[in-house]
Design a protein around this ligand. Structure first.
Ligand code: GLU
Length: 302
């Protein structure tokens, strides 16, 4: 791998798709948005393949990303970073957070979590959800006595590393010297812009690594944006709340702070967000069906 560029002051944006399906019109918007932001700022545009979930990512989807983006007329810096080649880097980041006493092994299965919510007296219907719509983790295994922890480890039980978000936020605010903010130069889903407070507690104790996927999206994306000197993170508003976690990790891991430009999402005629399974919106389908890059730009209004 090329050694990471030193911070040069050059504006750098990136498009960071996960190759677990074909790209759709929403991805086209996001990629063009990132590329044009770099052009407008006189900077560089990176493409990053976010293939940490090796069980779901497929080589043909990686090739599809290159084919679709090239067809759209985009160019990017080489070499393209592939996250699956950097698990050791993410592990170093995790280790640092563990050494800071901010992570704990969580042995809970989906069923255990569901049972705990059921038994809480609050029930599933009223249990709080995180910004991605998943039930907040109920804290099982959080305060295990060392002997119990040892026993579960010796038994070889499978576990994930969770961030103790409350503790992490307290420490980060201490390190930062006060409340932590991020700069939104685009627009959040409710029009939020400017200097905004982070609210990582909305996510509860997020998973940072698990057995089958040894890093999480949050950890890998935060480390990579720093390692690649990304100065402006451009992405869809669906990932706006994720910024709360990313900014928290930046402070804890002493990483530079990029600016953020979240953009609105492309929706179908019924107002639904596009998904990787919606064939009629797939760039590959449209391309093979004779559409031109200009047709795509017209459809997504960019
Ligand atoms: N890989 C993520 C996705 O495909 C996007 C990451 C990001 O832009 O922060 O949804």
């Amino acid at each position: 791998m090329r050694s990471p560029e030193k911070i040069s002051g050059t504006p750098i944006t990136r498009f960071a798709p996960s190759p677990n399906g074909w790209l759709h019109l929403g991805h086209a918007f996001s990629a063009i948005f990132a590329s044009e932001t770099a052009k407008a700022l006189g900077g560089k545009f990176l493409l990053r393949i976010e293939d940490i979930d090796v069980g779901r990512c497929r080589p043909e989807y990686v090739q599809g990303i290159f084919d679709d983006l090239m067809w759209l007329g985009l160019t990017w810096e080489e070499p393209v970073r592939r996250q699956s080649e950097h698990f050791a880097t993410y592990d170093t980041g995790l280790k640092k957070l563990r050494d800071m006493g901010l992570c704990y092994p969580c042995f809970a299965t989906r069923k255990e979590i569901s049972d705990a919510i059921e038994a809480s007296g609050i029930g599933h219907a009223r249990w709080p959800l995180d910004p991605d719509g998943a039930p907040l983790y109920p804290g099982l295994y959080k305060d295990l006595a060392p002997a119990e922890l040892n026993r579960l480890m010796w038994e070889g039980r499978s576990y994930a590393w969770r961030l103790d978000t409350e503790k992490a936020l307290a420490l980060a605010e201490d390190m930062h010297g006060g409340p932590i903010t991020f700069r939104e130069d685009g627009e959040g889903p409710r029009g939020q812009k400017g200097k905004l407070p982070i609210k990582p507690m909305l996510f509860g104790d997020v998973i940072l690594a698990r057995k089958d996927v040894p890093t999480s999206y949050h950890l890998a994306v935060t480390l990579d944006d720093a390692l690649q000197n990304v100065t402006v993170v451009t992405r869809g508003q669906d990932l706006f709340p994720a910024t709360y976690i990313h900014r928290l990790l930046q402070v804890l891991l002493d990483l530079p702070e990029p600016a953020y430009r979240h953009h609105g999402l492309i929706r179908d005629e019924t107002g639904r967000r596009l998904s990787k399974s919606a064939k009629d919106q797939g760039l590959r389908e449209l391309r093979l069906g004779g559409a031109t890059p200009d047709d795509i730009r017209r459809r997504i209004g960019i």
